[in-house]
Design a protein around this ligand. Structure first.
Ligand code: ATP
Ligand code: MG
Length: 371
């Protein structure tokens, strides 16, 4: 009986041990699993943290590199966040920049100007934890506005150009008749000095209107070049003959240094318009007794033609705008002449440069490719 009891006690103890062992093993297994699980979670958190860090550094670098100034301003006007561009603007425009921004307290897009610059601002609301306020994204649109203005001006000019071309066209025919009849009259009156002077004034006026009309028509139309080989001296002689009366009035000495065999490939009529404008400008620029000369030479594949005068010269600032239409220093000038010259030379795939000391001479240098 005693032995039986001991045995069953032993068995029980054994069983208890077995149960304890199994429980321990299971516990160990669970612990291992828990450990693995914890490790996995730790890694996940670590990865997430890293991603978060990467995203936040990406965001901050995007914020910093964007060309818009970005600033978040809380309702109490304290700055919560700002980027590099904002700081740049703040440095330039100071507190006024911030004051302008905080005037806007509603979502949307607005424009404002400050010290000659124009800005566009996009505003959004933000709320984070217990801070509330507005986010401002500001861009400098001064250049954009200038381009818009330029485009508007271009459109305006285009429509004015069409109108001017129509008027010029209408004037040209009666003007042709006036020129013809005035020339006939001048011929008939060659013995009557007094009347001949009067009729020659009419002819001068007609020629002047004619050259302005040619410029207006060339300005509004696309230049179509019909190139052939011409003697340069023929072209220049024609122009000088046409402008002779103006040169005589000022007792100008015209020096033709062109070799009579020198030829250029060009559109005859268009090239006449080029010399007409250049020589006319020189006539205006020189004093009584001034000198105007035209010379030419070859340089490799290029023909170089120079129109030079000893007139008042062109100052450096004015020279930068000289080929832009409507830049004139003359009360009666349209400022179209040189822009036409430029257009024609470019249409010939050539180039034109100007040189002057601003007081005693001006040189226009035309460079044309041979052939
Ligand atoms: N040879 C020159 N010497 C000095 N200034 C010149 C000379 N050529 C041009 N200029 C300057 O350049 C300006 C522009 O010349 P451009 O021929 O384009 O117009 P404009 O002569 O004023 O008017 P127009 O349309 O009647 O020709 C002139 O007003 C003048 O100030
Ligand atoms: Mg001119």
């Amino acid at each position: 009986m005693d032995g039986k009891i001991r045995k069953s006690e032993l068995e029980l103890l054994n069983e208890a041990f077995n149960i304890f062992n199994t429980a321990t093993e299971k516990l160990q297994e669970s612990y291992q699993k828990l450990k693995e699980e914890t490790e996995k979670l730790r890694k996940e958190v670590e990865e997430k943290n890293q991603k978060l860090e990467e995203t936040s550094s990406l965001l901050s670098s995007v914020l910093m590199s964007t060309n818009n100034a970005i600033v978040a301003i809380a309702d109490d006007n304290s700055i919560i966040l700002s980027n590099k561009k904002y700081k740049e603007y703040y440095e330039i425009y100071g507190d006024q920049f911030l004051s302008k921004l905080i005037e806007f307290k509603a979502e949307g897009s607005y424009e404002f100007d400050l010290k000659g610059a124009i800005f566009r601002v996009h505003i959004g609301k933000f709320e984070h934890s217990d801070v509330k306020g507005w986010t401002y994204s500001v861009e400098d649109i001064t250049h954009l506005k200038e381009l818009e203005e330029e485009h508007r001006r271009d459109e305006h000019l285009k429509s004015m150009g069409v109108m001017a071309a129509n008027i010029a066209h209408e004037i040209r025919n009666p003007l042709g008749s006036i020129e013809l009849f005035a020339s006939l009259l001048a011929r008939d009156l060659k013995n009557d000095n007094e009347k001949r002077v009067l009729i020659e004034s009419v002819l001068k006026g007609v020629k002047s209107i004619n050259s302005t009309i040619s410029n207006i028509l060339l300005f509004t139309k696309e230049v179509i070049v019909n190139k052939k080989e011409y003697y340069l001296s023929d072209i220049v002689d024609d122009v000088v003959l046409y402008l002779r009366h103006l040169m005589n009035d000022k007792k100008i000495k015209f020096v033709n240094k062109i070799d009579e065999n020198f030829t250029i490939y060009c559109d005859n009529e268009l090239m006449k318009q080029v010399f007409m404008n250049l020589i006319h400008n020189s006539i205006d620029a020189v004093n009584t007794g001034g000198i105007i000369s035209v010379s030419c030479y070859q340089e490799g594949d290029f023909d170089i033609i120079i129109v030079e005068d000893n007139g008042c010269g062109i100052n450096e600032d004015f020279m930068k705008k000289i080929f832009i239409p409507f830049h004139t220093s003359k009360t009666k000038g349209t400022g179209l002449g040189l822009s036409i010259v430029y257009k024609i030379i470019k249409a010939h795939s050539g180039n034109i440069y100007v040189e002057s000391d601003g007081k005693s001479y001006t040189k226009f240098i035309i460079k044309l490719k041979r052939g």
